[in-house]
Design a protein around this ligand. Structure first.
Ligand code: SF4
Length: 331
């Protein structure tokens, strides 16, 4: 039997055959979501010795942290938690506000307000927003870059490349997820021009059903957040959270709304204008209220309305569902 026969009979692609080269280090990104879990399981099926990394932004739900512990126990793996520390950057920002701020239109009161509140909290997502003075949005999506890409590159990828290792970064991206991902390739060289760095998307052609089938095949439970109505796992909430998902969050996890309201107050104190909201200012259709109309508490109330903005009594009275999952996980 030749190599091609072995590959065909063992249901692995030529690319998956090549990945066993001992010079390659496989780095699998784990978010605690279904797609990255399927990627972990695929690496296990292929017998790959990988490094599993999780970028801890400090805005994930507690159930996700517990789920990562569960995966470690269930699969006998270690998931490295990468947590960026922005205290140095924050100190530079304080110095900038003091020294350069007055020349850029910051009044003495603004300087005093910002400098006295710009203190590290140890929560990466919040600290980054305090430094910026606003929250990320679709247009200003700095969160993924500074909270995930840069820390993983700095602490994992770059040291490996400097040690002359070839790195395959596994990403649980699927084409059916969105138009932006519809053309994602299975395997490609780094777009940053890094020699020896490749992006590998093991489940790029998979459907949602195949992803959950992978969980069942390995007797691994999906993150329980799916059964509670969440369609994606990552930040809770993500700045791109849709209205229906926000409705589920405010209903099932009101403490998340309280936490974000607190974060909004802190970030406002560190912003030049003294105004900012977690969701984009125009998240709620314009019915007055200025820059703060999309404040998290207003957004949570808006999530209970119908598309004409009317309070949806039936929706608000719904009993918490046993399984609100849009994936029918309890079928
Ligand atoms: S999940 Fe959303 S808010 Fe969190 S880092 Fe990613 S894009 Fe930003």
């Amino acid at each position: 039997m030749n190599t091609q026969d072995i590959i065909r009979l063992s249901n692995i692609t030529p690319l998956e055959h090549q990945m066993h080269d001992s010079g390659i280090v496989h780095v699998v990104s784990c978010s605690g979501g279904k797609d990255s879990t399927a990627s972990i399981l695929r690496s296990r099926e292929l017998g790959i010795q990988a490094r599993y990394v999780f970028a801890d932004v400090g805005n994930e739900h507690q159930l996700t942290y517990e789920y990562l512990d569960y995966l470690e126990d269930r699969l006998c793996i270690t998931i490295e938690r990468i947590k960026p520390d922005f205290s140095e950057w924050m100190a530079k920002r304080r110095a900038w506000v003091r020294e350069v701020g007055p020349r850029r239109g910051y009044t003495p009161a603004m300087v005093e307000r910002i400098v006295s509140h710009l203190k590290p909290t140890g929560i990466p997502f919040l600290d980054l927003c305090l430094i910026k003075g606003f929250f990320p949005s679709t247009k200003r999506k700095f969160c993924t870059q500074f909270l995930k890409q840069v820390p993983i590159n700095t602490l994992v990828t770059e040291p490996l490349l400097e040690a002359d290792r070839e790195v395959w970064s596994w990403q649980g991206v699927r084409r059916e997820e969105s138009a932006a991902r519809a053309t994602a390739s299975h395997f490609e060289a780094s777009r940053d021009g890094w020699e020896g760095f490749f992006i590998y998307r093991p489940i790029v052609e998979w459907t949602t059903d195949e992803v959950f089938a992978m969980h069942r095949r390995h007797a691994v439970k999906p993150n329980p957040l799916y059964s509670l109505g969440m369609t994606r796992v990552g930040c809770m909430p993500c700045v791109n959270t849709r209205k229906e998902e926000l409705y589920q969050i405010q209903k099932q996890f009101p403490e998340v709304i309280d936490r974000i309201a607190k974060w909004e107050r802190l970030v406002m104190l560190c912003s030049k204008k003294g105004v900012t909201t977690f969701f984009h200012a125009r998240t709620i259709p314009n019915r007055g209220g200025g820059d703060t109309r999309s404040h998290i508490r207003n957004a949570a109330k808006w999530s209970k309305t119908d598309r004409y903005g009317q309070y949806d009594m039936l929706k608000a009275m719904e009993a918490p569902a046993e399984c609100a999952s849009q994936y029918g996980l309890c079928e």
